[in-house]
Design a protein around this ligand. Structure first.
Ligand code: NAD
Ligand code: SER
Length: 319
C-alpha cells in the first residue's frame, strides 16, 4: 500500500496532481502539504501545513504517516525568482536537499521532482532542443533546476535511489491560477479573454515557448512514475514536449471562440526570460523509454479551457 507525501500541493500543479493521486491510490493514502493553508480551496483528504525548509517537520510527517513516495513540488517559479533570487535558491535547493536526504534515510521507494524547460539557456539550440545539450541558464530559477537535476542524478547513482523527474513545459490548466512563472500569461489570457475580451501580453507577439495542457502533464507524471525502473535511461530529468505557440498564435486560437478578442503587447522583464528558453523540445527519449505521447494540440486545449472556465466562472483578476 503506497502512502504519498506531496509538498507545495496548493500550487497550480499540486491542485490537480493531488486529485489524480487520490483517485489512483485512495484519498486516505495521500498526504498533501503546503506552506499555506487551503483557506480558499475546497480540500478533501489529509492536509498539513509544511515548510520544506523545516526538515524536522518533514521528518515527523514521513514517520507519522509511514510515507512510501514523495512528490516534491514546492518551489519559487521563474518570474518570482528573479525578484527574490536568494529566497528562490534557498527554497528550491535546500527544500530539495531536505527531501532527498530524508528519502534516503527513510528508504522512500520513489520520489518525483519537477524540473523545467528553464534548465536551458540562450546558447541552447532553440528548435527541437535535444535531451542532452548545452544547459547554461541565465535565470536563478533555471540555475536551481539544473543544480536540482544534477543532485537527483547524484543521489540516484550514489545511493541507488529512485528519483524521477520531468522537464515540464509551461503548464496550462483551468482548475487553479498560476504562481509567478513566465509562462503564466498563457493561463491568464483565457481568464481575461472571458471576462474583458482583451489581454495585454507580457511577451512579444512572436515569442514561441514549449507549453502543455495540464491533463497531459498529469498523465505524463503518472506514466513516468508507473514506468519500470529498468526502462528509464535518464537519471536526471526527461525532456517533455506538448505544444509550442506564441502569444499571437494563442490569441488566434481564442478568436475561433471569441471573435472580437483583442491582444496588445507590452513586454516586460519576462520577455528576457522567455527569450532565453527553447521554442520547441525533442522528447524522443521519453517517447522511447516510457512510451510518452502528447494528446492535446493548441486548438483542443483552447476549446477545453474556454468550456471549463465558462462553467466555473473563475476570478477575473488573476494577478
Ligand atoms: P506554484 O507556484 O503554483 O506552486 C508552488 C507551491 O509551493 C505554492 O502553493 C507555494 O505555497 C508552495 N511553497 C512555496 N514555498 C514553500 C515552502 N517553503 N514550503 C512549502 N511549500 C512552499 O507552482 P506550480 O506551477 O504548481 O509548480 C510546481 C512545481 O512544478 C515546481 O517545482 C515548478 O518549478 C515546477 N514546474 C512548473 C511549471 C509550470 O508551468 N507551472 C513548469 C515547469 C516546472
Ligand atoms: N512555467 C515555468 C515558469 O514560467 C517554467 O518552469 O516559471
Amino acid at each position: 500500500m503506497e502512502r504519498i507525501l506531496i509538498t507545495g500541493s496548493l500550487g497550480q500543479l499540486g491542485t490537480e496532481l493531488v486529485l489524480e493521486l487520490q483517485n489512483k491510490f485512495g484519498i486516505d493514502q495521500v498526504f498533501a502539504t503546503d506552506i499555506h493553508s487551503p483557506i480558499h480551496k475546497k480540500f478533501a483528504g489529509h492536509f498539513e501545513t509544511l515548510d520544506v525548509l523545516d526538515i524536522n517537520s518533514i521528518r515527523k510527517i514521513i514517520e507519522k504517516n509511514k510515507i512510501t513516495q514523495i512528490y516534491h513540488l514546492a518551489a519559487i517559479l521563474s518570474a518570482s525568482a528573479e525578484k527574490s533570487p536568494s529566497l528562490a535558491w534557498n527554497i528550491n535547493m535546500n527544500g530539495l536537499i531536505n527531501v532527498l536526504d530524508l528519502a534516503k534515510e527513510y528508504k522512500i521507494k520513489k520520489v518525483f521532482w519537477p524540473s523545467s524547460i528553464a534548465v536551458f539557456g540562450p546558447d541552447t539550440p532553440k528548435d527541437q532542443t535535444p535531451q542532452n545539450t548545452l544547459m547554461n541558464p541565465n535565470t536563478i530559477y533555471g540555475i536551481t533546476k539544473v543544480a536540482g537535476e544534477k543532485l537527483c542524478a547524484y543521489y540516484n547513482e550514489k545511493y541507488d535511489m529512485d528519483i524521477r523527474s520531468l522537464r515540464y513545459p509551461g503548464l496550462i490548466g483551468y482548475q487553479s491560477l498560476p504562481g509567478g512563472g513566465t509562462t503564466d500569461y498563457a493561463v491568464e489570457i483565457f481568464h481575461e479573454a472571458l471576462s474583458n475580451g482583451r489581454f495585454t501580453s507580457p511577451l512579444d507577439s512572436d515569442t514561441s515557448l514549449p507549453m502543455m495542457f495540464m491533463p497531459d502533464a498529469i498523465r505524463a507524471t503518472i506514466e513516468l512514475m508507473d514506468a519500470k525502473k529498468d526502462n528509464l535511461s535518464v537519471k536526471s530529468s526527461y525532456n517533455l514536449s506538448g505544444i509550442s505557440f506564441s502569444p499571437k498564435q494563442i490569441a488566434e486560437s481564442i478568436r475561433k471562440h471569441i471573435p472580437d478578442f483583442i491582444i496588445n503587447y507590452n513586454p516586460d522583464f519576462r520577455q528576457k526570460i522567455a527569450a532565453s528558453w527553447p521554442n520547441s523540445i525533442d522528447d524522443s527519449v521519453a517517447r522511447k523509454d516510457w512510451k510518452w505521447k502528447v494528446a492535446y494540440d493548441l486548438d483542443d486545449m483552447t476549446m477545453e479551457m474556454i468550456r471549463h472556465l465558462k462553467k466555473t466562472k473563475q476570478p477575473v483578476n488573476v494577478f
